[in-house]
Design a protein around this ligand. Structure first.
Ligand SMILES: *Cc1c(COP(=O)(O)O)cnc(C)c1O
Length: 229
């Protein structure tokens, strides 16, 4: 199933890139494997997937101990400050930095190991009560504070769009996140030069690619629906 699903996803990514006049290499597919067994991840790996997304620290670390192949792990879920130390040096990107205090904790824990964290700032574009992330208008101010942390490198912005029936409904949020990135870059804030946009999930990644996504996070579309216990 995973192999077949990946073929479909890949075809759709290429078509979206084509429509947007973008190169396929500009978009990284993150296979979101949360709640799914490592056997399914191995199936994805045999189709060439090397980039996985997990939303829980404990699950990520546990799977990393089993899958020792060279893989790129992305933490995409809300991160509690007391868990940062468990992922230092273990993830390619932290997508979900949603407070200055979290960035400060990342600074402290990464500095201890003498390494830099590559992060994305989560923005709540649709202003949903239930979601984490900065409001769009708070983002610049937060970035100015985070820019002062020498062991934290802000690579770009991330958003989790609302669950919608029609993916076109999320286009405005993706477009506005892209605009926000361009707008903040244009202010030439010291240490802030962002070129990554993490946006688009199973239901709407094609629209996200058309609007400039560089990372798409696809779970259900690859591994099937999740069962939470
Ligand atoms: C679960 C999750 C995804 C993947 O969602 P699907 O709809 O299954 O593709 C993407 N991003 C985040 C932050 C998630 O938690």
């Amino acid at each position: 199933m995973v192999t077949e699903n990946l073929k479909t996803v890949e075809k759709r990514i290429r078509a979206a890139c084509g429509r947007a006049g973008r190169k396929r290499e500009e978009v990284t597919l993150i296979a979101v494997s949360k709640t799914k067994p490592v056997e399914m991840m191995r199936e994805a790996m045999s189709s060439g997937i090397v980039t996985f997304g997990e939303n829980k620290v404990q699950e990520l670390v546990k799977k990393q101990e089993i899958l020792t192949e060279p893989l790129a792990w992305h933490l995409i879920g809300h991160l509690q400050r007391n868990k940062v130390k468990q992922i230092v040096g273990k993830v390619e990107r932290i997508h979900s930095v949603d407070s200055v205090r979290l960035a400060e904790q990342i600074q402290r824990d990464y500095e201890k190991q003498g390494i830099t964290a590559d992060i994305l700032i989560e923005v709540n574009m649709a202003r949903e009560e239930s979601k984490f992330g900065f409001m769009p208008e708070e983002t610049e101010e937060a970035l100015r504070e985070i820019a002062a942390f020498p062991n934290v490198c802000v690579r770009g912005l991330m958003t989790i769009a609302p669950f919608v029936e029609n993916p076109e409904d999320n286009r405005v949020h993706f477009r506005n996140l892209h605009k926000l990135l361009v707008d903040i870059n244009s202010k030439n804030i010291d240490n802030i030069s962002m070129n990554e946009l993490s946006m688009g999930m199973s239901g709407d990644y094609e629209v996200a690619i058309e609007e400039g996504a560089t990372f798409i996070r696809v779970g259900t579309g690859i591994f099937g629906s999740r069962q939470y216990i």
